[in-house]
Design a protein around this ligand. Structure first.
Ligand SMILES: Nc1nc2c(ncn2[C@@H]2O[C@H](COP(=O)(O)OP(=O)(O)OP(=O)(O)O)[C@@H](O)[C@H]2O)c(=O)[nH]1
Ligand SMILES: [Mg+2]
Length: 223
């Protein structure tokens, strides 16, 4: 079973993007389930997914990458047994760390007869709020960008060229290896290209040693 994450800071447009992405994958014949995580303060309205005819499960009361990793793994296993999707698309909370979400997903293998294959990790970058992302929440945003396979510069329908360029340069400087794409979930721009990547590519399994190396770099220990 393939699992795709649409990561990104609070308000970066994850839910809007994910609905378009899921609809496109359903149209291509996939059986899709959605898992949405909210950290508690704002309640996700799963009804919005139902409205679009999509199967969604909400997990709340903490972050699926840490506090409630177990209930995330359990939700995946239950979906596998009861609905048998060929793909699950996950909206982690805006403060989640992508690799920890991967690690948590892999724990579901202990509860089901299936293995997890990770689709490329998509991180949305809100080009309208790039200045704020580069200052007040920079460390978290850098981690989300560094751990992405695909960086999607979002909301280009409303952002000016300077903000879009800055978003691209900032993302590139942190993660030179990732695919950088741009578009708008609201206008369904760029969604098809992301759907192609999710269908055709995979992302490595969680690797503790590699994460430790990255953390060292992060905190200046390795350089
Ligand atoms: N201009 C523009 N606005 C967008 C786009 N996508 C989402 N938004 C707006 O951005 C805000 C947040 O969108 P959501 O899709 O709820 O973002 P989210 O990342 O799921 O938010 P949280 O779950 O609260 O972290 C809403 O006001 C959306 O209408 C886009 O492509 N362009
Ligand atoms: Mg959301």
């Amino acid at each position: 079973m393939k699992i795709a994450q649409v990561a990104g800071f609070l308000g970066s447009g994850k839910t809007t993007f994910l609905i378009e992405l899921a609809k496109m994958l359903v149209d291509r014949g996939h059986k899709i389930a959605i898992i949405v995580n909210d950290v508690g303060e704002i309640n996700v309205d799963v009804g919005i997914f139902d409205m679009h005819g999509l199967t969604a499960k909400e997990i709340s009361g903490g972050c699926i990458c840490c506090q409630i990793a177990e209930s995330y793994a359990n939700t995946i296993a239950v979906l596998q047994k009861t609905f048998q999707p060929d793909m699950i698309i996950v909206e982690p909370s805006g403060v989640a760390i992508p690799w920890n979400v991967k690690k948590a997903a892999e724990h579901s293998e202990e509860e089901m007869e299936d293995t997890i294959v990770h689709a490329p990790v998509i991180t949305l970058v809100d080009s309208l709020r790039i200045d704020e992302l580069m200052t007040s929440v920079r460390r978290l945003v850098e981690t989300q960008i560094r751990e992405a396979d695909v960086i999607f510069i979002n909301k280009v329908d409303s952002a000016d060229k300077d903000k879009i360029d800055l978003s691209i340069r900032f993302s590139r400087s942190i993660n030179p290896d990732a695919e950088i794409m741009y578009g708008s979930g609201r206008n369904n721009q760029g969604v098809r290209e992301v759907a192609d990547l999710i269908e055709n590519r995979t992302s490595p399994r969680y690797d503790e040693a590699y994460e430790k190396e990255m953390l060292k770099k992060d905190y200046g220990g390795g350089t």
